[in-house]
Design a binder for this molecule. Structure first.
Ligand SMILES: Nc1ncnc2c1ncn2[C@@H]1O[C@H](COP(=O)(O)OP(=O)(O)OP(=O)(O)O)[C@@H](O)[C@H]1O
Ligand SMILES: [Mg+2]
Length: 252
């Protein structure tokens, strides 16, 4: 379980996390939704210790993450950032192998190689394994970064906009892969999504943020409603139920 208590973070005079207290139970998929600038990435960065909060606390399985040793935390929690800048000329396989660093410190064991191969298979990257990252399309590169995160073999996987650059088929495949990881390997996945229909269909829980606060959380049926979506996005959104799932329509 991940718990945050009264997290606050400011940049200058602007408060970007405002007393965020959350409980994310073990297992399942939680999606975080909200408008640009709502604080979603900041929250994931604080939970994964890429950023420090001004005050508040984060614990994972009752352990205070601000006190945990780096490698210990990296064996428990993997994170995919929204913007991945890597200047080094790496192949897909080399990038995915980076995910093993907390386990192997750069010397890959047979178990590491197996985890790397598994992650590449899951993300359908095997045929691209020797390609350099700068020879990939945006969506292929995105899949390689997600594979790196899976290769880390952590209980908790935090993904900031994992569907970025993915076409419909790959976006759906990504969601099904994550569901498989949750079911077969008891992972806990927390991800930021802008596509609220993917969030609706594939999440167990949805957390909605606005202006640095968590303003709603619940099941997709509780969150994907015109009233809540109006509150989150300040726009009118029609919701229809099809085959037991709620879909939002906002294109017109
Ligand atoms: N390094 C920084 N310096 C100053 N302000 C920042 C910094 N990083 C983020 N912010 C501000 O903090 C707020 C929250 O940013 P954050 O990246 O968490 O939003 P987000 O919900 O992830 O948005 P998006 O959907 O666009 O990714 C925004 O108003 C942003 O401008
Ligand atoms: Mg963001």
């Amino acid at each position: 379980m991940i718990e945050t208590r009264a997290l606050r973070k400011s940049y200058g005079s602007s408060l970007v996390l405002d007393e965020v207290s959350l409980t994310l139970p073990r297992g399942g998929i939680t999606s975080i939704i909200g408008a640009n600038g709502a604080g979603k990435s900041t929250l994931l960065s604080v939970i994964s210790r890429l950023l420090t909060a001004d005050s508040g606390a984060v614990s994972i399985d009752s352990q205070d993450i601000f006190r945990a040793a780096g490698p210990e935390l990296a064996r428990k929690l993997a994170v995919l950032r929204q913007d991945n800048h890597l200047n080094a000329r790496l192949t897909v396989k080399e990038l995915v192998s980076f995910g093993r660093y907390p386990h192997s410190k750069g010397r890959l064991t047979p178990a590491c190689r197996e985890a790397v191969n598994h992650a590449m298979t899951w993300l359908d990257l095997t045929a691209l394994s020797d390609r350099f990252l700068d020879q990939l399309s945006g969506g292929q590169r995105q899949r390689a970064f997600v594979a790196m995160t899976l290769a880390q073999e952590t209980d908790y996987i935090l993904l900031d906009e994992p569907l970025n650059n993915l076409d419909m088929k790959n976006a759906r495949a990504m969601m099904l892969t994550l569901r498989q990881a949750v079911q077969a390997l008891q992972k806990t996945v927390v991800m930021v999504l802008h596509d609220i229909n993917f969030a609706s269909v594939h999440s167990d829980r949805i957390i909605a943020m606005k202006a640095g606060r968590v303003i709603h959380s619940g099941t997709p049926a509780q969150i994907i409603t015109p009233a809540i979506l109006r509150d989150v996005y300040d726009m009118e959104i029609t919701v229809q139920e099809i085959d037991g799932h709620r879909f939002a329509f906002y294109y017109g």
